[in-house]
Write a protein that binds this ligand. Structure first.
Ligand code: S3P
Length: 181
């Protein structure tokens, strides 16, 4: 659970902190992982790696096209392969994950210090335009998206080292994250 007062320090990989100094943002679709990640990377002069963008670039396809072509299971395989590669090869980065990554890749803590951006469903609903929802195959049907949100909430909290409420703008949230690293 959240060890919010523990100073981040290098340690061998285990269920606690791992040694690669990455900051890993998790949370439901629309919780602000990419925008907070961009701000965090700017503030800390680190590189931002966005998992969905990396998969899209590697596959030369948008996420929705990947789902249509190889299904969710195929997408999850690619997501897991990317996560394993990041865990072994990336240091000192900010990593914005896709909303399902910590659910399907339970070794998420191997990637770095895991920060859960906790956002209520109503806020997410209001934030995502129809265009943004259309990019996310698991958010096309609002009722199913809400059920998925409820189903995942506990898992996000359980795998995170820190949980932060995403009230406020990306700058404020990034500053709050920096205070407990
Ligand atoms: C997904 C979230 C999406 C993307 C894919 C599946 C999920 O990323 O990885 O559509 O299972 O929650 P964002 O959280 O960046 O929207």
């Amino acid at each position: 659970m959240a060890n919010t007062n523990t100073k981040f320090r290098p340690k061998k990989m285990d269920s606690g902190f791992c040694c690669n100094n990455n900051i890993v943002l998790i949370g439901f679709m629309g919780s602000g992982k990419s925008s907070v990640g961009a701000q965090l990377a700017r503030s800390l002069s680190r590189v931002l790696l966005d998992c969905d963008t990396l998969i899209e670039q590697t596959e030369s396809m948008r996420i929705a096209e990947i789902f249509a072509k190889i299904g969710e299971a195929g997408f999850r395989q690619k997501e897991r392969a990317l996560a394993e590669w990041l865990a072994h090869n990336v240091r000192n980065a900010v990593i914005a994950t896709g909303g399902g990554l910590p659910i399907f890749y339970q070794e998420i803590r191997n990637l770095g210090v895991v920060v859960y951006l906790k956002t209520d469903f109503e806020t997410i609903q209001a934030r995502l335009s129809d265009e943004e929802r259309a990019k996310r195959p698991l958010f096309v049907d609002m009722q199913k998206a809400r059920a998925l949100y409820e189903e995942r909430a506990q898992s996000y909290a359980a795998c995170a080292h820190h949980t932060i409420d995403t009230k406020g703008n990306a700058h404020d949230i990034a500053s709050a994250i920096i205070t407990f690293l």
